[in-house]
Design a protein around this ligand. Structure first.
Ligand SMILES: [Zn+2]
Length: 261
């Protein structure tokens, strides 16, 4: 019993031989594994590289922004999703704003606001709106909405302009310099970017202390007049999908620029 118990079995013998040859076998395995890893790395790098060399990285030269190059990822958020913006489409319900045949301000304001909302959400913002339906909402109610949503970081009201002649045209942005430190910068960013995307006449910033939505909102705020419905040239533009997209892109870019400064 004793001898049998101490006689090495087949597997024990085998394992002892294995231990004796372990250093050389282990070394061979490591070398083979490292060679395989190196080959796999070279192969994947070669496959990933487009014809003509590495892809042009975004932002590597002036004017080169994400999305300019075919390889850029257009869906990368520009800001944290936690940034919340209030959009305020002017008028609504029984208050139509400026009205001309086939052109009612409250409708155009809403169409543009919804486009701005889509652009901002695409860029990673959270957007809330004072109204999403054709409802009557007085200025005091808009201010109350802003105060009830004080976690929002800015408030932008969207309107169309009108006057007694049919030639006045262009974009202007109203702000109250005393109610909030960020108002002037926000107004300037929104004005500049919207003039840029539309090519409209730049009527500049307009100082106001009388507009309730600008003095009552607890966050930076501005009110953009995106064009003149009274203008025989601008009215058809303000009704067109293409021009509304340009306006909306400009307002969204202005908001994004405000956060980057
Ligand atoms: Zn208006």
């Amino acid at each position: 019993m004793y001898n049998q118990r101490n006689k090495p079995t087949y597997y024990e013998r085998g394992s002892r031989r294995g231990r004796q040859g372990a250093p050389s076998v282990l070394f061979t395995c490591v070398v083979v594994f490292l060679c395989a890893l190196a080959f796999a790395g070279l192969t994947s790098a070669f496959n990933a590289m487009p014809e003509g060399g590495p892809a042009d990285p975004p932002g590597d030269k002036p004017g080169d922004n994400p999305g300019d190059n075919p390889g850029d990822k257009p869906t990368d958020p520009i800001v944290s999703p936690s940034k919340c913006v209030i959009l305020d489409p002017g008028h609504g319900g029984i208050d139509g704003g400026a009205s001309y045949p086939g052109a009612v301000e409250k409708v155009i304001n809403m169409q543009i606001a919804l486009k701005v909302k889509a652009y901002l959400e695409e860029a990673g913002f959270s957007v809330i709106m004072t109204r999403e339906q054709d409802i009557t909402l007085w200025p005091s109610e808009r201010v109350a909405f802003a105060k009830a949503n004080a976690e929002a970081e800015l408030f932008v009201s969207i309107h169309c302009n009108a006057t007694t002649d049919d030639v006045s045209a262009g974009i202007e942005t109203w702000y109250n310099s005393s109610s909030n430190a960020g108002n002037t910068l926000l107004a300037q960013c929104v004005q500049d970017e919207t003039v840029f995307t539309t090519g409209a006449r730049d009527r500049g910033l307009k100082l106001s202390t009388g507009l309730p939505v600008l003095s009552g909102a607890p966050m930076p705020s501005c009110l953009i007049e995106v064009g003149f419905l009274s203008s025989k040239n601008e009215r058809p533009l303000l009704l067109s999908e293409d021009y509304q997209n340009k306006i909306a892109r400009g307002i969204a870019n202005g908001i994004i620029a405000f956060f980057s400064k």
